[in-house]
Design a binder for this molecule. Structure first.
Ligand code: PMT
Length: 408
């Protein structure tokens, strides 16, 4: 299953070795799985396969130079390092493994490797004697100590005529290994219901009230929950986003429809309810049957309060673990803590929607997450990364609170 690769930002580092031909197929497989791939090649790699091939397959420019002003003006090595969710070096030659293990930063690949906070992995490929050499094994052990994943080579006949360990895994296996890096299993078997996007409240057959929510935050949370092994129902207001693989999606329009779908989904079985939707607090008291005609200079539309979906779910018995959101423009922490308490939530993620670089519509977000006895700040990052951090926190707190209950 490659579903966890969807929307992942992969840097594929290619070093010099005959196995570089497999990297072309790997790029295709990563792309097919929904990943965005940037290829970084060492000078030796370009002796085996052309940057043009990899550019055509990845759909992105191939990066080869560390000290190239033109390339640095585009996506420079530090930006590349920050952009990535994972840096995979495949094939990783004995030379590159040695340089990565020792922190030598003398080309683009080894420099961005040092500069990234992303997951890092190597797929070694070399002659069996070179693989068996003590110094190579010591370098591999050093990388493992640094938290690097090693996709161990297979045994078989080699391009040099030798037979033994050192053949790089096939592209299909490497794509799977890469996908497995994102599968945390923190929520294995758990049922998660998520609300996302805006609601639309109709005024008449052609007009409605809504807000700026794009659904990106909620859909990223759904994807992160899938990666964590959960069974996910996503109740979405009107948005233009594709449904993540293996997610059951329920489309709704209004707050009342979202409430009904949420109650139904929770009654069907729910361990965790996550309310990331931007629900309209009020709706027109009546929906005009015909288009409202232009009249005087002012028009009065009477609104009535919508039910609070997340607070309603938090009153249900048995109560799922409830993670709410708070979209604030001022006194962010104070209002968030108030909502945590008054809505009977287990956890609340608050974001400052007065900022234009995060929150509504943006690809990035930043938030502070509060629960009764703690809080955690999540620094600005792409919504997919923030979602993974939030889901990890939620899983941890869910286990703390609900396992304690089960055992007490
Ligand atoms: O969709 P994006 O463009 O990616 O933007 C993401 C986001 C900014 C919408 C998201 O991060 C976010 O903040 N979502 C919550 C928006 C919101 O309505 O916040 P609120 O503070 O008004 O509501 C507090 C909580 O009550 C929220 O969990 C909300 O879903 C819930 N609520 C509110 C009103 C209502 N009638 N029913 C509810 O369940």
């Amino acid at each position: 299953m490659l579903a966890t690769l969807r929307q992942k930002r992969v840097i594929l580092g290619i070093s010099g070795g005959i196995a570089a031909y497999k990297s072309a197929d790997l790029v295709r497989r990563l792309k097919d799985a929904g990943a965005d791939v940037h290829v970084v090649m060492t000078a030796a790699a370009q002796q085996f396969i052309t940057p043009l091939t990899l550019q055509a397959l990845s759909g992105n420019p191939v990066h080869t130079e560390l000290l190239n002003p033109e390339a640095e003006a585009g996506m420079g090595h530090i930006q590349l390092a920050r952009w990535a969710d994972v840096v995979l070096v495949a094939p990783a030659s004995a030379d590159v493994i040695a340089r990565l293990a020792q922190g030598v930063a003398n080309d683009l690949l080894t420099t961005l490797w040092l500069a990234t906070k992303a997951k890092r992995a190597v797929a070694p490929a070399m002659n069996q004697q070179m693989w068996a050499a003590q110094i190579t094994q010591d370098n591999i052990a050093t990388l493992i100590k640094q938290g690097v994943e090693v996709f161990y080579p297979a045994s078989g006949s080699q391009a040099c005529g030798d037979v033994g360990m050192g053949r790089m895994l096939e592209a299909v296996e490497l794509a799977q290994c890469c996908a497995d890096l994102f599968a945390t299993q923190a929520l294995t078997g758990k049922r998660v219901v998520i609300t996302a996007g805006p609601t639309q409240e109709n005024l008449d057959p052609v007009r409605y009230m809504t807000n700026h929510s794009s659904g990106k935050m909620g859909f990223s949370i759904a994807q992160a929950c899938i990666e964590a092994g959960a069974q996910v129902t996503l109740i979405s207001g009107p948005v233009h986003l594709p449904t993540p693989d293996r997610v059951q999606r329920v489309n709704v329009v209004s707050a009342l429809q979202m409430l009904e779908a949420s109650q139904q989904a929770v009654n069907d079985g729910c361990d965790i309810f996550i309310a990331s939707a931007a629900v309209a607090d009020y709706r027109p008291i009546r929906i005009a049957e015909q288009k409202i005609k232009k009249q005087g200079d002012n028009i009065h539309i009477e609104l009535v309060k919508n039910p609070d979906i997340v607070a309603t779910i938090a009153q249900m018995t048995p109560k799922p673990f409830v993670l709410g959101f708070a979209a604030e423009t001022e006194r962010v922490e104070e209002y968030a803590r108030h909502k945590l308490q008054t809505k009977n939530l287990n956890m609340i993620a608050c974001n400052d929607v007065s900022r234009t670089d995060i929150g509504f519509q943006s690809d990035d977000n930043a938030m502070t997450v509060f629960w009764t006895n703690g809080c955690q700040k999540l620094d600005k990052a792409p919504k997919q990364q923030i979602a993974r951090q939030l889901v990890a926190l939620c899983a941890q707190q869910f286990l703390n609170e609900y396992n304690d209950e089960a055992t007490s």
